[in-house]
Design a protein around this ligand. Structure first.
Ligand code: GLA
Length: 744
């Protein structure tokens, strides 16, 4: 089945809030959507008080008319249930359903997300409004997908949450002795003798119990999932052939284990707002897209390689056309013009079934009045809207790539629970962030030009079939089954890189005894006795001119060979990085955070040994290359994140070329042209560029038989590469003779 239902090609559009506008504006909206080639909009996300102004009284005629108008305009709809923002009447009628903070403060209405997902009254009201929408719109021809709620992510500590937590704990542990053991209740006199004594981790005198906090986060993820399932199940009953999704939000505050949720969601949808303004924004984009693609992988493996067909589709559901708020800092930053185009297509390159935005039209008021939109306050006569039109054209031209797979031979481990456990202040360093550890590993592979999947060792049997290389950054919690799978995989030819703080604890966050990293000691051939964390600015010199940060360990490299040593400080002369040959593979241990260049070089060495090749080995710095493959057809996506034109050794037919003019206008053109020396020149020249707005000139050049293409600064190029001869698809990258070049 093609999802979203009834849509061919890639999805393009955003959150659309007709309830904020007079109907005359709707007519203009549809006309502008058509101009921008928008084909999908998310309607009704926060419309509860408009749909149900009084308990049980519905006003839906406006939504009828809005959906009809969109349908007539050829625009399909992701219809949202509005349950992320209950109306004021709901909070006043059910004050017990308002959320309570860890400090015991009951929040009031006046924003959004003012509900407790465990409160029975909230769940009933949410199901009722979802059922009303399902009954009314089940046969509406515009309906392409259901969107439940918005960004599940709020937490509550009220008595309803406490009751539900106790029920969850009873299911998990069966009896209190097991719970007391798992929570190490003997420490600080925390053994419970009745289930009713157990609370969510509320404000308390000093450090909280780490396993209580961890279990509460696991429980709350399950509780939110149950709230999602309530709605999903009833929507499915009404419309079994319409997919149901919810939009994931990123952040270490998010109390949702996205990997665990994945099997319950028809189409994985993510919202992505890079938080960095420099080159890191591109790394964050690639990381988010790789995570989304990996979450869309079936959870239980069937033994087949994780290439074509193993990822279900996913969708970038929200992103910002321009200004992104940083609410915590009370500021916002503007995306450079080219980033809207490059980031959107970068998501598509990594498997997204399109690019969607928050939001279609900038609101006149409300808390996010200045958040960017495809139609800004200035209206359609604006750079942002013209860019939206160009992006719509690019997505149309890319429709042929839609079903192609993104194949990766390298993976990184991802475990939400390990991230939560590492947030506890009782850990030896408050400067370790799981998200940063994962990002550093991903960045290193990204800078190697290697496409990376994520695997989620805690969400079911770990299936590493098809991967040649795996990096486990700070995978703190590990059960024996995962450790055994890793050992078997390495023995049969896998290349494993493990960083500090991996395998240290069991899934109850109880430390494995006998030396760190308990679960992996034998496989890595090391036994670590002491942690010597570094302060936030502390560094340690390593051999080979490299630097370590954040962490150090004193360990014996028994069966492993030292690769890098500590050069200064109390560990001078001791190993810092080791490698152990195991069967047909090898296992590496990193006891400190390598500087970015060192990490990249190390992973390049491991990749070369593992036979994992970069997408484009000779890609110049600043050029990102991603390949999608559909049978024998191969699409090469090239992004130039630099400020200079890039010449890239690649060939094929040009599907789309895009660039940024000095004025900030985005330009997109596409034709099946042979790749040429000068594919695109922007900002001058005599010729009119196809698709360019009046007054903008440029040259779409042609060449003959070239094996080099030029990608404009801040721009992109998508090529259909010549078909690859059969038998040459899994080219093994030769192992360079200096594979252990880090040794000293
Ligand atoms: C989230 C929400 C949107 C909006 C944006 C603003 O992604 O889903 O409703 O608040 O953030 O960045």
């Amino acid at each position: 089945m093609r999802w979203p239902k009834g849509l061919d090609g890639l999805c393009y559009g955003g959150d659309y809030n007709p309830e904020q506008w007079p109907e005359t504006t709707w007519v203009e909206d549809v006309e502008l959507m058509r101009r921008a080639r928008v084909n999908l909009v998310t309607v009704g996300v926060f419309a509860w008080s408009r749909l149900e102004p009084h308990p049980g009284e519905y006003t839906v005629d406006w939504l009828d008319r809005a959906l009809d108008l969109l349908q007539q305009g050829g625009i399909r709809v992701v219809l949202a249930t509005p349950t992320a923002s209950p109306p004021p009447w709901f909070s006043l009628t059910h004050p017990d359903a308002l959320p309570v903070t860890a400090d015991g403060v009951r929040l009031r209405h006046g924003s959004r997300d003012t509900y407790c997902a465990a409160a029975p009254a909230y769940r009933v009201a949410a199901r009722r409004i979802a059922a009303m929408l399902a009954e009314r719109y089940r046969d509406h021809p515009a309906l392409a997908m259901w969107h439940v709620h918005n960004e599940y992510g709020t937490v509550c500590h009220c008595p309803h949450a406490a009751d539900a937590f106790r029920r969850w704990l009873q299911q998990r542990y069966g009896d209190l002795d097991r719970l007391n053991e798992a929570w190490t209740g003997a420490f600080w006199s925390q053994c419970y003798s009745e289930w009713t004594q157990i609370d969510p981790p509320r404000a308390t005198q000093y450090l909280t119990n780490p396993t209580q906090v961890l279990d509460f986060r696991r429980f709350w993820s399950d509780e939110l999932l149950a709230a999602y399932r309530d709605q999903r199940d009833l929507l499915r009953e009404h419309t079994p052939d319409v997919p149901v999704t919810t939009n994931y939000v990123f952040g270490d505050w998010v109390p949702v284990d996205h990997a665990r949720w994945a099997r319950e969601i028809d189409l994985i949808a993510v919202d992505h707002y890079p938080t960095e303004t420099d080159g890191r924004a591109e790394e964050q984009t690639a990381l988010a897209a790789d995570l989304a693609r990996s979450w869309s992988r079936p959870v239980t493996g069937d033994g087949s390689p994780p290439s074509a067909g193993r990822h279900r589709p996913w969708l970038l559901m929200e992103s910002a056309p321009n200004l992104i708020y940083r609410y915590a800092e009370g500021t916002a930053y503007a995306k450079e013009p080219g980033r809207m185009l490059r980031h959107s297509i970068a998501h598509v390159a990594r498997g997204s079934r399109g690019a969607m935005f928050f939001q279609w039209r900038a609101p006149r008021g409300g808390a996010e009045a200045f958040h960017s939109a495809m139609v800004p306050h200035a209206g359609a006569d604006s750079r942002t809207f013209r860019s939206a039109v160009q992006l719509g054209e690019a997505l149309r031209l890319l429709a042929a790539t839609d079903t192609a797979a993104v194949a990766a031979r390298a993976a990184i481990g991802w475990d939400a629970a390990s991230g939560w456990a590492l947030q506890h202040p009782g850990l030896p360093s408050g400067h370790i962030s799981y998200a940063d550890e994962v990002a550093a590993a991903h960045r290193a592979l990204w800078r190697c030009g290697i496409t990376t999947d994520f695997v989620c060792p805690a969400t079911g049997p770990l299936d590493l079939t098809g991967y040649r290389m795996l990096v486990l950054p700070a995978l703190y919690l590990m059960d024996d089954a995962v450790a055994d799978t890793l050992a078997d995989w390495v023995r049969t030819g896998g290349y494993l890189v493990v960083s500090y703080l991996s395998g240290v604890a069991d899934p109850d966050a109880r430390v494995r005894l006998g030396g760190y990293p308990g679960a992996l000691r034998e496989l890595l051939g090391v036994r670590s006795e002491e942690f010597l964390p570094l302060g936030p600015d502390g560094t340690v010199r390593l051999s080979g001119g490299r630097t370590g940060r954040l962490w150090r360990e004193r360990f014996e490299a028994g069966a492993a060979e030292p690769v890098l040593d500590y050069v200064d400080g109390v560990l001078a002369g001791q190993p810092a990085v080791t490698r152990r040959s195991v069967g047909a593979g090898a296992a590496w241990y990193l006891s400190t955070r390598l500087d970015d260049d060192g990490y990249r070089e190390l992973l390049a060495v491991v990749a070369a040994e593992a036979g994992v090749a970069p997408v484009l080995p000779a890609a110049p710095a600043g050029v990102e290359a991603v390949r999608r493959v559909d049978g024998t057809t191969r699409w090469l996506f090239l992004f130039n994140h630099g400020r200079e034109e890039a010449v890239v050794a690649a060939t094929g037919d040009v599907l789309v070329s895009g660039g940024v003019l000095p004025s900030g206008e985005i330009m997109v053109a596409g034709e099946f042209l042979p790749a040429s020396d000068v594919l695109l020149t922007v900002g001058g020249g005599p010729g009119r560029w196809p698709g360019a707005p009046a007054g903008v000139t440029g040259i779409l050049g042609r060449g003959r038989g070239s094996r080099r293409v030029r990608v404009p600064p801040g721009g992109l190029l998508v090529l259909r590469e010549p078909d690859q001869p059969v038998g040459n698809r899994n080219h093994r990258h030769p192992t360079p003779s200096g594979a252990d070049g880090h040794r000293h």
